[in-house]
Write a protein that binds this ligand. Sequence first.
Ligand code: ADP
Ligand code: MG
Length: 238
Amino acid sequence: MTSVVLESVRKNFGSLEVMKGVDLTVEPGEFCVFVGPSGCGKSTLLRIISGLETTTSGQVFIDGKDVTHAEPSERGIAMVFQSYALYPHLTVAENIGFGLSLAKRPKAEIAERVKQTADVLQLAHLLDRKPKALSGGQRQRVAIGRAIIRNPKVFLFDEPLSNLDASLRSQMRIELTELHAKLGATMIYVTHDQVEAMTMADKIVVLNGGQIEQVGTPMTLYNNPASPFVAGFIGSPK
Ligand code: ADP
Ligand code: MG
């Protein structure tokens, strides 16, 4: 299992200071949730960890290795976004196996891995369908399947459930928590939804204006908020 460590991470977009010195350790196997208001820098921090965005200064370590200047493909991570970005002309099986096809893995191996992945996500009965014949929740599961099949060391989720309706969202929360237990992988999950943070996290990182306000378990943040901001944010779910 894999740790993710950030040291003094700063990020400017032109004159806009978006990350103002972030230090953080995500422990191996942890389900870590980044929470905070819109525009506080959650996605930017995730993109810095994934390598989609560079740091202005500071360092990123994955598994103890300095990956600050490593390409995304060298980092052993997979990212799942809010918009599923499935290929509409490919079946569920082809969507899930796409990365392995690109890597020119043998067909039999791809079929076997697609089947295993579909079983984990309860998609086995939908493998021949096209994305347009799926529900929103099923589409998001396919997107997660595309991440799982690559056996990443770290999963990064950027508000993956925010396009789903409330009842589906609460079901997917449970499924993702179960998936984390099943895979035992390190997961970093971004949301602006306090309920998601409180119910899913081993550890919550509260971000505000490009800085960490507090890091702790849901119970710690709830019982001992470090600032009025944390108290207000954790205490008043939308
Ligand atoms: P969050 O995900 O918490 O809503 P973001 O990380 O997307 O916040 O954005 C943080 C801040 O950085 C916002 O002010 C946003 O407008 C700005 N920002 C994000 N990406 C860029 C970019 N590529 N160029 C300029 N500003 C950006
Ligand atoms: Mg965002």
